[in-house]
Write a protein that binds this ligand. Structure first.
Ligand code: FAD
Ligand code: GLY
Length: 382
């Protein structure tokens, strides 16, 4: 399959691979395919790259708290987590942009005495998976890790390997790195349909049709319509996340503090992010007063100083959620169209592994075993 892909001639209007969507996932896939020598065109309906969910992300790389049980999703998160350092270094070399990767460690805290046993259960299975996690820590011990943890917190765990990146810098770096390798990125172009006609894929837009040997659909929360046309029976639902930021002196918050209902973390420049709501609100991506109230409560329950700090700004984004986890691999209708979406709360964390596995799948002609549990050909339960 690789020879065939590489040998296909390209022209201005026919490329080897079209990528629909220029969020972190589409850009990561485009960069990967370009590294493998493919001619790639990215089509993005917004005037700029990275304005979807990727613009809203807190940027946490937090497999230890995001994966709820052992299994393929945890394995994918851990694979990607391990890839992040080298990936960020390569991105810096290709783009000159520093993603601000910081391995700060993360405190998973709880304010509920009943939840302590949940933390202990989680810790027990995580140890069997080789995840680095501390013993259960008391409030005093947690305050030695992060001064000012709220007195309502009763216990917590420390995950020393978790950290975060600056999500805007990540999409900026990916865009520059991809362009540097010759990827064409066309913004302001909304794809209405993707169809397959024997040896070519056709992406229709209001002004123009684009032809390619392959296509990757990475349109985040808006992927559902395109995928349904290609026989995918798993939906993609938007889950709104509202966030707010306050200002504290840089270095005030040395670790991520992740509670029962939300989290706080500090970026290198000092901005402290408070996240996030999780709401099924359709495609409305605005901030609400009720959302801000929830974020204010999250801050006060984790670190009262954050609740008292100067408000900077707030925003919201739509996480692409698919039942059963991300959708990664070939669509039912054709081997020429692949999907990379449904990353929900973890698209930033999962970008390196997604790009590597999708790239491998496209070039080899077969989805790898790691992708099998996430196949867009899976049948919806119930
Ligand atoms: P998007 O970034 O939404 O990109 C999809 C792109 O496709 C958009 O630019 C859109 O305009 C374009 N598009 C859509 N339809 C079309 C079309 N028909 N034609 C052309 N273009 C189209 N993840 C983490 O790993 N760590 C975190 O800490 C984290 N925090 C989060 C906090 C919040 C509040 C939210 C909302 C999300 C968070 N996430 C986090 C999740 C992460 O942001 C998403 O999983 C990720 O950004 C999804 O990336 P994407 O490229 O699939 O989608
Ligand atoms: N991963 C954090 C969030 O989605 O809010």
């Amino acid at each position: 399959m690789l020879d065939r892909v590489i040998a296909t001639p390209t022209s201005q209007d026919r490329t080897q691979c079209l990528v629909v969507g220029a969020g972190v996932v589409g850009l990561a896939v485009a960069w990967e395919l370009a590294k493998q020598g493919l001619a790639v065109t990215v089509l993005e309906r917004q005037p700029e790259c990275g304005l979807g969910a990727s613009a809203a992300a807190a940027g946490m790389l937090a497999a230890g708290v995001e994966a709820g049980a052992p299994g393929p999703f945890l394995d994918l998160c851990r694979l990607s987590s391990k890839m992040w350092r080298d990936w960020a270094e390569q991105l810096f070399l290709d783009s000159g942009v520093d993603c601000e990767l910081q391995t700060t460690g993360l405190l998973r805290v709880t304010s509920s005495a009943e939840s302590i046993s949940d933390l202990e259960v989680r810790r027990a299975w995580q140890l069997t998976q080789g995840i680095d996690v501390s013993e259960l820590l008391t409030l005093d011990q947690l305050r030695r890790e992060v001064a000012g943890v709220s007195g309502t917190v009763v216990a917590g765990l420390l995950y020393p390997d978790e950290g975060h990146v600056h999500s805007h810098r990540v999409t900026q770096a990916l865009e520059l790195a991809a362009r540097h390798l010759g990827v064409r990125i066309q913004t302001g172009v909304e794809v209405a349909s993707v169809t397959v006609d024997r040896d070519r894929v056709l992406a229709r837009t209001p002004d123009q049709d684009f032809e390619a040997d392959f296509a990757v659909i990475a349109a985040g929360s808006w992927s559902g319509g395109l995928l349904a046309q290609l026989g995918v029976r798993v939906g993609v639902d938007p889950i709104r996340g509202q966030m707010a930021a306050v200002r504290l002196p840089p270095g005030s918050l040395p670790r991520i503090v992740f509670g029962d209902r939300g989290y706080v973390l500090q970026k290198r420049g000092g901005l402290v992010l408070i996240g996030a709501t999780q709401e099924a609100a359709g495609f409305d991506s605005w901030v609400t007063l009720a959302g801000l109230e929830r974020l204010s409560q999250i801050a006060s329950h984790l670190l009262p100083a954050v609740g008292e700090a100067a408000f900077a700004h707030s925003w919201a984004g739509l996480r692409p959620h698919s039942a059963g986890g991300p959708l990664l691999g070939r669509v039912p209708a054709s081997d020429r169209v692949l999907v990379a979406t449904g990353h929900h709360r973890n698209g930033i964390l999962l970008a390196p592994a997604t790009a590597a596995l999708l790239g491998q799948a496209l070039l080899s002609g077969a989805d790898s075993p790691e992708l099998a549990p996430f196949s867009p050909r899976r049948v919806v339960a119930g």
